[in-house]
Design a protein around this ligand. Structure first.
Ligand SMILES: Nc1ncnc2c1ncn2[C@@H]1O[C@H](COP(=O)(O)OP(=O)(O)OP(=O)(O)O)[C@@H](O)[C@H]1O
Length: 217
């Protein structure tokens, strides 16, 4: 289980969120919701250790794992807006790279079949459609041994069948004791009993308006 406490984020001198808290337990999902710019991706980057929090902690047990690269690389799989795939390499080559990088030995072909992209393993990523690219990136998540998935708008580009397929794969991960923290603007169709919603306050909007009040346009 991880617990976020007093998390505060400032970007470019603007407060994005303040004193945010969440609990992410095994078998549970936290769904981040909020307007564009409310800080969902920023929170995920903080948890993944890619962005510094102004203050706050992420506790695993009693240990603060904020910025602990060993802990995060073993336990978290972060899927960003971007797919993290090299366009000139094939899907299979990209996934082999990630398997070596993230030190796992998942069956890439089997996981790719689960998300319906196994027929593209020998194609360069530059040949993929946007939804096929997202499916390829999701294969990396399925292969990752970490129990905590951080998914930033995982359904972007997926067709309706892909969204359903992903819902089933996420439900399976939760049923095996995994956890998911996902930002989304659509319903991910996860079992309601496993889900909490974390509504981001629209801080950035307020912070932008107040200083701009002095400006003449
Ligand atoms: N590098 C940066 N420097 C300064 N401000 C930034 C930077 N990156 C993002 N921001 C600001 O941080 C705020 C939060 O952005 P973030 O991407 O976390 O929002 P989000 O909730 O994920 O939005 P969306 O729903 O559009 O994906 C925005 O106001 C954005 O302009």
């Amino acid at each position: 289980m991880i617990r976020g406490r007093n998390l505060t984020c400032i970007r470019g001198d603007r407060p994005i969120f303040s004193d945010l808290a969440f609990d992410l337990a095994p078998g549970q999902a936290v769904i981040l919701q909020g307007a564009n710019g409310s800080g969902k991706s920023s929170l995920m980057k903080i948890i993944a250790g890619l962005l510094k929090a102004e203050r706050g902690e992420i506790l695993a047990g009693e240990e603060n794992i904020l910025g602990d690269r060993d802990w995060t690389s073993r336990n978290l799989c972060y899927l960003a807006h971007k797919n993290g795939l090299k366009p000139e390499l094939t899907v299979g080559e990209n996934l082999d790279f990630w398997a070596r990088m993230e030190n796992h030995n998942g069956d890439i072909r089997a996981e790719a079949a689960k998300i319906g992209i196994d027929h593209c393993l020998d194609l360069p990523v530059s040949y993929l459609s946007s939804g096929q690219g997202r499916r390829a990136a999701l294969t990396r998540v399925l292969c990752h041994p970490g129990q905590i998935w951080l998914l930033d708008e995982p359904t972007v580009g997926l067709d309706a069948a892909g969204v359903d397929m992903l819902a089933g794969l996420m439900a399976g991960h939760l049923s095996r004791g995994g956890s998911i923290l996902a930002a989304t603007h659509i319903d991910l169709h996860l079992p309601p009993a496993c889900c909490q919603t974390l509504q981001m306050a629209d801080f950035s909007y307020k912070a932008t308006r107040e200083p701009l009040g002095d400006l003449v346009w």
